[in-house]
Design a protein around this ligand. Structure first.
Ligand code: BGC
Ligand code: BGC
Length: 855
């Protein structure tokens, strides 16, 4: 294997004591790793789409000449600066009320994990106060010629999920299994009401993606792999959030503006890659991926969000044919088209702070969280120079003002004075939770029930195991209080119930006994065991996978132990998608796909037991809206495929009355692609990454340990962490430079991860604190790299204790690393004494505490 890391190490030898220039060898430049210049396919030319093959959707909103006159009148009075301000949406973390006033900004948003004042536990009252502050600034008479109320957008994608105490519903994949459009409308109604209490006007929901490759990290945001459900649900969700067009309730009391996203083809990217490229034909794009927009526009959706992804190699944000000719002209969408998070910056020739092409293609509002001021300035200049036509800007502003007028924002007063505002008792109110609990019950799909072990009589001795049993955060998945849904504890969900809590209550009420033992151990032999396990929370690209094999070895061990002890085993599987779980199915008597049920864990418990008198209260009615793989190599598996051979087909789902015995399933894993570039070390280097130790005399591969660098500057030996030999202890002997690094070729592209604020995360234990500067570098080929100084951080860590050390990718980027071609994700070096153990090394979400780069 040709390795892009030659070890001549002039830089190592030349290491200046304080400069920390630990860049080792100028590596030969990686094989054409930088992105090739984007080639524009014909699809960017509106002539290449055929609008006439797309559906025409009837606008359900009755014409309103008076409103249109007001739009004309308002837009007619606006200055150019005010107009440009309307098309800009900035993040509350980066924009102050005063900025909103000075730049006449049309909108603010909070991203996942964006909280008022950056306070994670911000109270609902804090949110409302913040909404007031932005609103008041936007309508301040001193602010400009025309007072246009600002609109605040949030991702309330499974309930008002950024707010502590809100009702959180199952994620969309679970809702798809319900096959209950009427309940979808009620979920929309509840979500809108809870949003209203905090004064937020606009929901970036529903996601109407039709996910076709379940490796995609957003599969759980999709209702189904099939357009049929998506069309029907999109309609009902829009009606629930916004109200019914043509009635007084439309965008009235307790309603919010809804957004169908992400137009178009987000669920159809090659390999299920987030923000990837959909290579479908135009016909397939229309037949499969447009269904949600037909439903949504037909129900009066006031906003659509454009997709980060590309179609046939061209970024949707720059595709005038799709955005203007198809969506606006042909399908008749007359609301506002908002961009996605800096997605305009990915259009060739654009940056986050300048992108005439996106607005020219049809984007009406830029989602530009951080660089909004520079974008405001460049857009203004582009309108002045004619690069953006004034008519296009006017059209965008008219759309925005029209939506604001329809939503009543001009008359509504400040957010806290609007209906339901401040009625915080509505957050997580009992009737709302009842809707969620019903959704949980109806979303569960019974995949296996050998010997009809379910339903269980409650009056017995029940063992509850698995790391998902008593973890509300895990039940909720991503987009929950934080963007990735990580770092949540049960105490962050007042009023919620874990699955364990639901089970205990049920069992004890019937005179039985229930015990919780995560690892499945027991003293008293249980009559049955319920084991709850599955995927840990993730969002967007962090959830992208190389394959669909559920890698839950520890869970499998629990199931097998119980099975061997002759205890009936009921598996409750938490996941954002169907995964290949044949070994786990084999080791279970019953298996329930519970998806990501949200805050109402007792809804799961309700489905597993009869009433105390033996009567069945709730039978399973969930049916798969995604096909379940039989083989680990079935990566793209959808109803209607030519050689469709799932383990459980689309529509599958047992009821208690069904008597089906599932035969022993094959568990052969050969042929499964495992490449994952975002985990670098876990027990050993994770392929394709390899671990090395080095000093001025050269490098040595550290595949097996112990190992020492040629001149003895640094050595590695195994240490136990989690599992036996799960970590490595690195010991620097001082007096010369030594390095420990991970490398691979070809280089990996971490630009999306960096844009998404991910961090380089290293589990470390400091044995002997550093006596000299220590650097951590990310390398990107010859003469390319960015390093941070870890000295202070390492000295501040509690010695002898495992901790997680995180440095944002952005810090390396700012220091010069090119995230598009990382061949050395980690290079730790020092010329002093240091003993440092490390275990798991990976990319992980960063928290606020890691916001600053090490000094
Ligand atoms: C935000 C998310 C956003 C993402 C975009 C995160 O920092 O919190 O809301 O979707 O960045 O990559
Ligand atoms: C996501 C959108 C979301 C936005 C704001 C983006 O990264 O793709 O779905 O609405 O962030 O959080």
């Amino acid at each position: 294997m040709r390795f892009p890391w030659s070890f001549i190490s002039p830089a190592l030898i030349a290491l200046a004591p304080l400069a920390l220039s630990c860049r080792t060898a100028p590596a030969p430049s990686p094989p054409t790793s930088s992105a090739p210049p984007a080639v524009e396919s014909a699809a960017s030319d509106p002539a290449s789409v055929r609008p006439e093959i797309w559906p025409v959707v009837e606008n359900p909103i009755p014409p309103d000449p008076r409103l249109e006159r007001r739009v004309d009148e308002i837009v007619g009075r606006m200055s150019l600066e005010e107009k440009v301000g309307q098309v800009v949406q900035a993040s509350i973390t980066h924009v102050s009320p005063d900025d909103v006033k000075r730049y006449h900004l049309g909108s603010v948003l909070n991203g996942g994990g964006g909280w008022p004042g950056d306070v994670r536990k911000a109270t609902p009252a804090d949110w409302l106060a913040r909404a007031d502050a932005y609103h008041q600034a936007s309508v301040d008479p001193a602010g400009g010629r025309v007072a246009i109320p600002v609109v605040w957008g949030t991702d309330a994608v499974h309930g008002h999920n950024n707010i502590v105490g809100a009702t959180l519903f199952p994620h969309n994949i679970g809702l798809g299994a319900m096959r209950n459009p009427e309940l979808i409308r009620r979920i929309g109604e509840v979500t809108a009401r809870e949003m209203r209490t905090t004064g937020i006007d606009w929901n970036f929901s529903p996601t109407v993606a039709v996910a076709r490759d379940d490796r995609w990290g957003r599969t759980y945001e999709s209702w189904s792999e099939d357009p049929e459900i998506v069309r029907a649900y999109a309609r009902e969700m829009i009606l629930g959030l916004q109200g019914v067009p043509g009635t007084a309730g439309f965008l009235g009391r307790g309603k919010v503006i809804a957004t169908a996203k992400h137009f178009i083809g987000d669920g159809g990217t090659a390999g299920g890659k987030d923000q990837g490229d959909a290579r479908a034909s135009e016909t397939e794009l229309r037949q499969v991926h447009s269904a949600g927009y037909v439903g949504a526009i037909g129900a009066g959706a006031q906003a659509v969000m454009a997709s980060f992804s590309s179609w046939q190699g061209v970024k949707v944000h720059g595709n005038r044919g799709l955005l203007t000719e198809v969506l606006k002209r042909r399908m008749g969408f007359e609301g506002l088209l908002v961009g996605d998070w800096n997605a305009h910056g990915q259009v060739p020739g654009c940056t986050n702070s300048s992108c005439a092409r996106a607005i020219n293609a049809g984007i009406d509002m830029f989602m530009v969280p951080e660089d909004w001021k520079a974008l405001w300035e460049s857009t203004l200049a582009q309108v002045r120079s004619g690069e953006i036509a004034r008519e296009r800007l006017d059209d965008a502003v008219r759309r925005i003002v029209r939506v604001k007028l329809r939503a009543g924002l001009f008359e509504a007063g400040k957010p806290s004075s609007r209906p339901l505002a401040g009625e915080f008792a509505l957050l997580g109110a009992a009737p709302h939770r009842a809707v969620a609990r019903q959704a949980v019950r109806e979303s569960l799909v019974l995949l296996k029930n050998d010997g009809n072990v379910l339903p269980l009589p409650p009056g017995r001795h029940i063992l509850v195991a698995g790391d998902g049993a008593n973890d509300v955060g895990k039940q909720c998945g991503g987009w929950t209080l934080t963007w990735q849904g990580d770092g949540n504890r049960n105490s962050d969900f007042p009023g919620a119930s874990s699955i364990w809590e639901g089970i205990r209550e049920r069992v004890e009420a019937a005179g039985g006994t229930a015990v919780l033992s995560e690892s499945g151990g027991f003293d008293r032999r249980p009559d049955a065991a319920i084991v709850v396990f599955g995927e840990d929370p993730y969002a967007e690209f962090s959830g992208d996978r190389a394959n669909l094999v559920y890698d839950g070895e520890a869970d499998l061990a629990i199931l097998r132990r119980l099975q061997q002890a002759g205890v009936p085993v009921i598996s409750v599987f938490l996941s954002g998608r169907p995964l290949w779980v044949n070994p786990h199915l084999n080791a279970s008597d019953a298996f329930v796909a519970a998806w990501l049920p949200g805050t109402e864990g007792d809804g799961v418990a309700e489905m597993l037991f009869t009433d105390p008198d033996g009567r069945v209260r709730h039978d399973f009615r969930g049916k798969l809206s995604f096909s379940w793989p039989r083989h680990p190599t079935q990566l793209v598996l959808n109803r209607g495929d030519a050689s469709y051979d799932p383990l459980f087909p689309y529509g599958y789902g047992l009821t208690y009355a069904d008597r089906v015995e599932l035969p022993e399933l094959p568990t052969d894993l050969s042929g499964v692609a495992t490449a994952r570039s975002d985990v670098f070390f876990a027990g050993g280097a994770v392929a394709p990454w390899e671990l090395f130790v080095a000093d001025a005399a050269g490098r040595v591969r550290a595949g097996s340990v112990p190992v020492t660098s040629p001149r003895g500057a640094v050595s590695l030996r195994p240490v136990d962490r989690g599992v036996q030999e799960g970590g490595r202890e690195a010991r620097w002997s001082g007096g010369q430079v030594g390095g420990v690094f991970l490398a691979a070729e070809p280089p990996a592209d971490f630009t999306r991860e960096s844009n998404g604020n991910l961090a380089f995360a290293l589990e470390v234990l400091v044995g002997r604190p550093p006596t000299r500067p220590v650097s951590l570098e990310m390398g990107c080929g010859e003469g390319c790299g960015g390093e941070v100084d870890l000295t202070r951080l390492l000295r501040s860590l509690p010695p002898g204790q495992w901790t997680s050390l995180r440095v944002r990718l952005r810090c390396f980027e700012e220091a010069g690393a090119d995230m598009g071609r990382i061949d050395v994700p980690m290079h730790l070096a020092t010329d002093g004494l240091l003993t440092l153990s490390f275990a798991e090394v990976r990319l992980a979400p960063a928290t606020d505490a890691e916001a600053a780069c090490p000094p």
